[in-house]
Ligand binder design. Structure first.
Ligand SMILES: C[S@@+](CC[C@H](N)C(=O)[O-])C[C@H]1O[C@@H](n2cnc3c(N)ncnc32)[C@H](O)[C@@H]1O
Length: 235
């Protein structure tokens, strides 16, 4: 009797150790995939800003995507996150982040929280990140993921990004990750003079525009052809 108990206890312990080793190996594999993503997809292209590369290396992208696409989390492509929406390709996340030159005292507004991944990357560079998502369940999911992973300087709001978030304006930086057909006037008003905005503008295909607010106008610094999901809820 005692012998049977002894053996079954040993078997349970062995299974636990095996599970722990399996989990450890899976975590290491994902870390290696993330390092490969940074080296090949980012540094191998034109992402050279060390703070951006460090942030992309630090954020566990696989925890921001649905389990069904987790094996593809570090692929060089956007992925579905439900509700007909996507998490952007890692290169585009890094490119937009680098273009905004975010500093540690900056207040950043993101439009289009989606999974919360881009907000997490921004949160490692900025003082505070405010992010707005129009699809309520996505906003709730992102809020939960960000809290679970300890990103404390990010606030998620369910709402319409066309209106911005006036309570915390003006912003040093604004990043829009869904495509409107024109730059929303409220976002221009809520950007500091001298502040930068990254925004894909257009319908089916868009130009990613990097804009700077001057005292009298919005200056275009650069553009890149991109494809984002449309910004919905135009007032
Ligand atoms: C390409 S996804 C953004 C990916 C996201 N930044 C991430 O890291 O997962 C675009 C998101 O913008 C949201 N969106 C579209 N129109 C919006 C609006 N008017 N206000 C706020 N969010 C909007 C979509 O629901 C979608 O989740």
């Amino acid at each position: 009797m005692l012998r049977a108990w002894y053996f079954s206890t040993i078997l349970v312990l062995l299974a636990c150790v095996q599970d722990a080793v399996g989990l450890q190996r899976a975590t290491e594999d994902l870390g290696a995939e993330r390092r490969r993503m940074v080296e090949q997809q980012l540094r191998g292209r034109d992402i050279g800003e060390p703070r951006v590369l460090d942030a992309m290396l630090a954020v566990p992208r696989h925890l921001f995507v649905p389990e069904s696409v987790r094996p593809q989390a570090y692929d060089d492509s956007p992925l579905p996150i439900g509700y007909d929406q996507t998490i952007s390709q890692p290169y585009i996340v890094a490119f937009m982040t680098q273009a905004l030159n975010v500093e540690s005292n900056h207040r950043v507004l993101e439009i289009g929280t989606g999974s919360g991944y881009q907000a997490a990357v921004l949160s490692l560079l900025a003082g505070r990140v405010y992010t707005i998502e129009i699809v309520a369940p996505l906003a709730a999911g992102a809020r939960r993921t960000l809290a679970d992973l300890g990103y404390r300087n990010v606030e998620v709001r369910t709402g319409n990004g066309y209106l911005g978030w006036p309570e915390h304006a003006p912003y040093d930086r604004i990043m829009v990750t869904a495509a409107p057909d024109q730059v929303p006037p409220a976002l221009v008003q809520q950007l500091k003079v001298g502040g930068l905005m990254a925004i894909p503008v257009g319908t089916v295909r868009q130009q990613l525009q990097i804009l700077r607010r001057t005292p009298t106008a919005m200056e275009t610094l650069s553009t890149l052809p991109v494809r984002f999901v449309p910004m919905t809820g135009k007032p």
